[in-house]
Design a protein around this ligand. Structure first.
Ligand code: ATP
Length: 461
């Protein structure tokens, strides 16, 4: 997998484990890689499914008034004009004159403790950059020789459906949220929802990130889980506080270390936002945004009303008031969530005097729930019994594997490394008394359990 200069030791180990065991592969690896893309391997797909499943449950199953949708990746170009992405969705690019590496000016400034961000104008950020030029050096070649800072659009363009000059420019979506705003009225008109209600979706987004880096943290093709909650202006501040509480509590359900999560308020609010907080996680490379929980006022619907000419106001029959609903948004990347889970779970410890790597996933996130082993692979009765247990568990749990390769110790290590909470071994006693050895990943504790009681002995939630 391509090495990044900024990866810490722990990150290097996580990246290497991900490839070795089939969680994540570099996109287009056999052709030397394609920057900013990664492919999920067999275990990655399971982890991904668990993350999306838990998020969907927290939105759709735990609430009566959240609708799920799945909108197109491609939309009319006007959507991105209305949203402000065409004119203002950019990152400050600066190029090293010596080695030609393309860098984010705000990230370079951050290294020396100077605050700048993508919301500043080109003029503002150039002024800050010039004031600090002498202190800034290229992280790749070390030289202090940069060009001017320019605003580089993050929107990726496409030619889908464009056949002649003058056709409207088409974009790949830069976020999933716009698909929700443009369907808000359709959902309201379908008659099942009324204010307040939320719309949630999971889907791919694309951004021309200047320097995709830190593995899954900053990709060019990534996935978002977003929810927009449409609420009256009067009720919005209370709803905002409730959603903030709920989103932080969600990470408890995933078993994430509380000490590595914190709130960070935006210092430089965009002009329309009423308030904006991010949930940050302490990744191996430092505290960084995991999820945004933002109170966006009526900006999004007002803009789409203006650009489309369609009335997006809501008439409240009870209060006889007409208003454009306010929006509370919760937005998190699947990839950043998975990287957090991997970093949080990664542990090196010693068991029975032997060093091991273990992913201490909470069982609901573990990609494989149980591994079933026959003690010896050359004893047909053991193999037959083990396959019987394996098939029964697999029918119930799905994510169960059979492994008869190598000695039991090696098999335990392999399962520890991918975070499997339980291993079940079928031995000669099993043939006599119908019990198996159930081994716990974290404690290494082994107990004898009757096959008929195996399922109820597993704590998987
Ligand atoms: P950053 O400041 O780190 O670039 P952002 O503030 O631009 O992030 P949002 O536009 O708020 O991010 O997107 C919502 C969420 O989508 C983020 O909190 C993050 O989890 C995820 N996300 C955004 N950009 C990327 C990316 N390039 N790769 C992976 N996930 C991303």
């Amino acid at each position: 997998m391509a090495k990044e200069k900024t990866l810490s030791d722990k990150m290097e180990k996580i990246v290497s484990l991900c490839k070795r065991r089939g969680f994540v592969f570099q996109g287009s690896e056999i052709y030397g890689g394609f920057a900013g893309t990664y492919d999920w391997g067999p275990l990655g797909v399971n982890l991904h499914r668990n993350v999306v499943g838990e998020w969907t449950k927290s939105m759709n199953m735990d609430h009566e008034n959240i609708a799920m949708i799945d909108s197109s990746i491609f939309t009319a170009g006007k959507v991105w004009e209305a949203s402000g992405h065409v004119s203002g969705f950019s990152d400050p690019l600066v190029i090293c004159n010596n080695c030609h590496t393309k860098l984010r000016a705000d990230h370079l400034l951050e290294i020396i403790g100077v605050v700048a961000d993508e919301k500043m104008s080109e003029l503002q950020i150039n002024k800050i950059f010039d004031d600090n030029r002498t202190k800034l050096h290229c992280p790749v070649c070390g030289k202090k020789d940069f060009g001017k800072v320019t605003a580089k659009s993050l929107l990726a363009t496409s030619t889908l459906g464009m056949f002649e000059e003058g056709d409207e420019q088409v974009y790949l979506r830069g976020e999933t949220a716009q698909g929700i705003f443009i369907n808000y009225k359709n959902i309201l008109d379908s008659g099942f929802y009324s204010i307040p209600f939320g719309v949630a979706q999971v889907g791919k987004a694309f951004r021309n990130e200047i320097s995709p880096r830190q593995f899954l943290f900053r990709k060019r093709e990534f996935e978002q889980m977003e929810m927009q909650y449409f609420v009256s202006p009067k009720d919005a501040p209370v709803a905002y506080e409730e959603w903030k509480k709920e989103r932080m509590a969600f990470y408890d359900r995933l078993g994430v270390d509380k000490n590595k999560l914190r709130w960070k308020q935006h210092e430089n609010l965009v002009f329309y936002a009423k308030d904006a907080w991010d949930i940050q996680y302490e990744y191996p490379f430092g505290w960084n945004e995991l999820e945004g929980v933002h109170y966006r006022g009526d900006y999004d619907l007002s803009q789409h009303q203006k650009f489309s000419g369609v009335d997006l106001s809501f008439f409240d029959e009870e209060t006889k008031e007409r208003y454009i609903p306010h929006v509370i948004e919760t937005s998190v990347g699947v990839d950043r969530m998975i990287l957090m889970l991997l970093a949080d779970a990664y542990t090196e410890d010693e068991m029975n005097g032997e060093k091991r790597i273990v992913l201490r996933f909470s069982p609901n996130m573990a990609p494989i729930k149980v591994a079933v082993f026959p003690l010896l692979k050359n004893k047909p009765q053991l193999v037959e019994k083990a396959r019987e247990v394996f098939v029964t568990l697999k029918k119930e749990l799905g994510a169960v594997v059979f492994d008869d390769n190598g000695n039991i110790g090696k098999r335990y290590r392999r399962q520890d490394e991918i975070g499997t909470p339980y291993c079940v071994t079928i031995d000669f006693d099993t043939l006599e008394d119908g019990t198996v050895t159930l081994r716990d990943r974290d404690t290494g504790k082994q107990e004898r359990v009757e096959i008929s009681k195996l399922l109820e002995s597993l704590k998987l939630n």
